[in-house]
Ligand binder design. Sequence first.
Ligand code: PLP
Length: 442
Amino acid sequence: MSHIIHRSLRQVPPVAVSAKGIFIRDTEGNTYIDASGGAAVSSLGHGHPDVLAAMHRQIDHCAYAHTSFFTTEVAEALADTLVSKAPQGISQVYFVSGGSEAMETALKLARQYFVEAGEEQRTMFISRRQSYHGNTLGALAVGGNEWRRKPFAPLLMEVPRVSPCYEYRGRGEDQTVEEYTQALLDELEDAIRLTGPEKVIGFCAEPVVGATGGAIPPTPGYFRGVRKLCDQYGILFIADEVMCGMGRTGTMFAIEQDEVAPDLITVAKGLGAGYQPIGAVLAQGAIVERLRHGSGAFLHGHTYIGHPVACAAALAVQQVIERDNLLAQVVKRGSSLRRMLGEAFGNHPHVGDIRGRGLFMAIELVHDRPTRNPFPASRKLHAKIKAEAMTRGLMVYPMGGTIDGRRGDHVLIAPPFIASTGDLAEIVGRLAESVDAALRLK
Ligand code: PLP
């Protein structure tokens, strides 16, 4: 019996003992291809010598220094690097230990920004029905994932939600992409007006939806429209790039491809690429300036913020991405992966959509393609695909999404940026076998 509260309380997972490159091995001698980067975390693969060396150097140097006493060279250098790559106006960084903490921090920073301007009445966030922003109480409250929220609902703040930008399921047959996009923006504007613009702090959205939908990119112009509405009503746009950020879509920040600069951006997973738990909030300079000239402090803080070893790992990850030109590689490999998924699943009777950006791709499973009806939730197809893939030595990230009460199944494929085209072919081959094997199970 394990003394750990594992994700499943009924099953202890395999015990991982070693990991190198795109492979993870367990104590039973099984080898798995990590084709999901864990959960879009492991962008450089496992055991990268440059990252390990940077962490060792930092441990020898200064393993920990509390941020109420000191800053460190490595945290400052990491912040400089992130700011140098960030969208226009972003000039300040707050380090945390993961994605949920990053979202909590962004929500509080956004609230304090308005409090310092005397706008105490602003208490509301607006988000989208299909979203995941983390599991802590604030992040859970803004997330759209109903089944995750349900048991904790009485503990959560009230958050109005609007439709996600989910063209495959949302766009009507008689609607153009532009009309669909405009309808979504009108819905957001209605929600802002209904809530009362003077009460709204910000709008939260994932630029490319991850866990709840499977690599769903926005329609062209959607986020430009969001930015415009946020400016028009004086509210903040918070882009949650915890999963889709840090190069995963082929640009350092996913939102760059939408040509929009958010007020706050959260990142985590790919920031430390799994070598250390680290997340960050990136903020427009004007937000922090208001606090600097107001109370003089952000009323927040955790023991491990700006942890030097985590910052050293993240800095080394960023340096490897730059030195090895890995963003270009993500674009190139991403288009190979898209082509391979198209060849394997383009005519599959139960694959309705193949989508994503860069090395952040997904397939969506449907009962039948013409109606796009999902399989019944009780069939737990995503869980079966995951199990079948594991027996074939493949880690992918299948999930059951929820959109407007309809559950669906998708599989997220987010391999490390270092995966070769041969690796991608092997991944897609094993995935095709796993999907068909899972579909044969009732
Ligand atoms: N935001 C997004 C978009 C995520 O995908 C996740 C995790 O999957 C989180 C926030 C929460 O991050 P963490 O699990 O590191 O707390």
